[in-house]
Design a protein around this ligand. Structure first.
Ligand code: KMT
Ligand code: NI
Length: 173
């Protein structure tokens, strides 16, 4: 895992690093409510899932080989800024990718994840995802009961969403 400020350079593919060269420490992520773990044993994930009342999981492969024609479309849609009304846990099993989350001052924080990295994004945080230029990631997605993955894209209505408001009043630095 490595976190850094996104460079916001326009006209450069989202899958490029967009590395400003300014690193971000893991405890700053914690202030945003973003929890990071490196788990080399799947047992550790089972323990975390139990402790947080997660009961289900699946595995998604995001790659052109697996997704075929809809790959590019999927990658674009994962990159729309959105939030969820539930926390989002992703445990990377292979490949690499980027989760971008908004800082308390609304800047993009880019979090580069690879195999054995696990991230918990709190409900209500604005974020987006992309593969990197290798176009390949395998991730375990954990969920409590029903998967509640509906992305709520950023806009005035979603800014007013109670989960967004609760997040703003709890986590940020
Ligand atoms: C998300 O929330 O955007 C995703 O689940 C993307 C695929 S998981 C690497
Ligand atoms: Ni999401």
């Amino acid at each position: 895992m490595r976190a850094y400020w996104y460079d916001n350079e326009a006209g450069v593919d989202q899958r490029e690093p967009h590395d400003s060269g300014r690193d971000i420490p893991v405890d700053y992520l914690a202030k945003l409510g973003v929890i990071y773990h490196r788990f080399e044993k799947e047992n550790d994930v089972d323990d975390l899932a139990k402790a947080r009342n997660y009961k289900n999981q699946d595995i998604i492969t995001v790659s052109p080989e697996k997704m075929g024609d809809i790959y590019e479309e999927k990658v674009k849609s994962f990159f729309n800024e959105h939030l969820h009304e539930d926390e989002e846990i992703r445990y990377i099993r292979d490949g690499k990718g980027f989760f971008d989350v908004r800082s308390e001052s609304d800047e993009w924080v880019r979090i580069q994840l690879e195999k054995d990295d696990l991230i918990i994004l709190p409900a209500g945080i604005y974020h987006r995802f992309t593969t990197d230029s290798s176009n390949y990631i395998v991730a375990m997605r954990l969920f409590k009961e029903e998967p509640k993955w509906t992305p709520l894209n950023r806009g005035p209505d979603v800014d007013a969403n109670p989960y967004r408001q609760e997040y703003l009043h709890s986590a940020p630095a």
